[in-house]
Design a protein. Structure first.
Length: 162
């Protein structure tokens, strides 16, 4: 994955994107696996890669762009060193996820779909982590956290600021 804050050369995007396309093109419905591979490679889906994918799959640029922007997990810019996802599904809402989101946003100085200026953290909403019995829930760098309260939020903020 590309470290956040680094510039990627367009030629490098092309070579690496086309390697992913070549590895996935044979699959039935290859667009989603290709986009996942590109995001895995770069940490986001560079805009420069979209027309290359469209041409290789013989589909329109609009179709590739539409799919890449429809799904929330595809990023259009590099994420921070940490990614914090706060559940906003109904069970978590009923247990105070909106209050948790406000507290986290204030503590980190970022809102949903934003990355801190220092590149430390990206805050994203997610709609159900499967921890409804432990609501409100979050995921920090792939690890789930349940029963968020002020102490848990303080721990999360300290972790992402390290």
């Amino acid at each position: 994955m590309q470290p956040s804050g680094t510039q990627i050369k367009v030629a490098d995007v092309a070579v690496r994107t086309m390697a992913i396309v070549s590895a996935c093109k044979h699959l039935e419905g290859p667009l989603l696996p290709i986009l996942h591979g590109v995001q895995q490679e770069f940490g986001f889906v560079p805009g420069e890669s979209l027309p290359m994918i469209a041409e290789a799959l013989n589909i329109s640029n609009a179709e590739v762009h539409g799919v890449a922007t429809f799904y929330h997990d595809y990023r259009r810019a590099p994420a921070g060193r940490h990614v914090l996802k706060l559940c906003q599904a109904e069970a978590c809402q009923s247990m105070g996820s909106e209050r948790v989101a406000a507290m986290v946003s204030q503590a980190l100085g970022v809102g949903f779909h934003e990355t801190a200026k220092d590149g430390s953290v990206t805050l994203e909403p997610v709609y159900c982590l499967g921890l409804c019995a432990c609501a409100p829930a979050a995921m920090l760098d792939g690890e789930v956290i349940g029963r968020l309260d002020a102490d848990a939020i303080d721990d999360i903020v300290a972790e992402v600021r390290r």
